[in-house]
Design a protein around this ligand. Sequence first.
Ligand SMILES: Cc1cc2nc3c(=O)[nH]c(=O)nc-3n(C[C@H](O)[C@H](O)[C@H](O)COP(=O)(O)OP(=O)(O)OC[C@H]3O[C@@H](n4cnc5c(N)ncnc54)[C@H](O)[C@@H]3O)c2cc1C
Length: 398
Amino acid sequence: MNAFDVVIVGGGLVGQAIAAALTTDHNGPRVALVDPAEIQPPPAIGSIQDYDLRVSALTARSQDFLTRIGAWNRIPADRLSPYRGMHVWDAEGTGSVTFDAADMHAPELGHIVENRETVYALSQALAGRELTRLQDTVASFTDPDENGRLSVTLGSGDTLTTRLIIGADGALSGVRQFAGIPTREWDYDHHAIVATVECEQPLQATAWQRFRPQGPLALLPLHSNPHLASIVWSTSPDEAAAMLALDDDAFCEALGQAFEYRLGKILASSARASFPLRQRHARNYYSHGVVLAGDAAHTIHPLAGQGVNLGFKDAEVLAEEILRAYRMGLSPGEDAVLARYQRRRQGDNLATMATMEGFKRLFAADQPLVRLLRNEGMRIFDRVMPLKKQAMIKAMGL
Ligand SMILES: Cc1cc2nc3c(=O)[nH]c(=O)nc-3n(C[C@H](O)[C@H](O)[C@H](O)COP(=O)(O)OP(=O)(O)OC[C@H]3O[C@@H](n4cnc5c(N)ncnc54)[C@H](O)[C@@H]3O)c2cc1C
């Protein structure tokens, strides 16, 4: 049988989360999930090289959503890294801000989790659900016919029909391009270097971030060893290329220096990778029976670790709207259904993107007056608890 109500293209964090949210109950829509990747159990940790270089800081709200769809409890406890503090400071001055979960009467501000742990936990949650998984790609699709059914051609040549295609196929979404949905986008002129490193001093369950004029440098704690950190080092493409070309010892020394040795020397590093950073936002989230979610709809700077947290909110809201339509006997691909999803998500995504852009520009500015005001602003902000609480509420996704 190759007729579905919903075909999800992309089985990454967001695509699988949508599938899990749609299939928590029996008798829901018929769902297919298409992704060429084979999901493997994450390797046991034997050395610093064994951590996934891609990690995400997941908010309390994402944790709650992942719990409800059956994935959170499948992430092994030693791979969930709670962070109770966050320390942010300006490289060009003395301004700094410290956040503490105790001020929110919360056990932690969030968790750092390797992406492949979350992807695997989602796949385990989906095992046994009423879902058709296809290890394939989506090559093309038609417009809806008079019955509202789209025909989908897979890379293998097989065909499916569906009433809705969900593009959860990442930043370079082929679904978005094939559906002709335009984007607004620009380069941040930053590349993000990612690696796992060992620090001389323990991270104290704190996420550390130094704002350099070239871009933010974050060291995120990994729970299994208090001296290990996952780094996200955003910098100019030239500096990123130079850092990637260094051998381990020279890279550790350069990183320690860029981080002002706040956690002592950097003693060891895993292999490194880097990603170009680009702001991208789809002008519409839907068109003719096709809808976008996660990075396919929006990509933002990782400086506040919000990308996939926004994607999980998309997943939650989109699944709610599809299930509501299904119960009412409406097609999930109808414009009215998808317009509700867009209305509920676009404003939040845009506001978060604008805030990240503002931070990025504020800390890149090197005019003396802006630097002075920025540092003074951080000092004032750090002392005004109601303001800090507001920021923590936002950062925790509450
Ligand atoms: C350096 C860095 C650090 C980050 N840190 C954070 C953080 O701390 N917190 C946070 O919230 N976010 C963070 N993000 C953002 C986060 O990583 C992304 O938002 C998230 O991975 C997007 O998930 P996704 O499922 O939308 O897309 P992806 O993870 O890109 O998944 C897309 C899936 O689609 C599949 N696919 C592609 N094309 C096709 C096709 N034609 N047919 C079928 N399948 C297809 C792919 O195989 C893949 O599995 C960070 C990003 C970067 C670059």
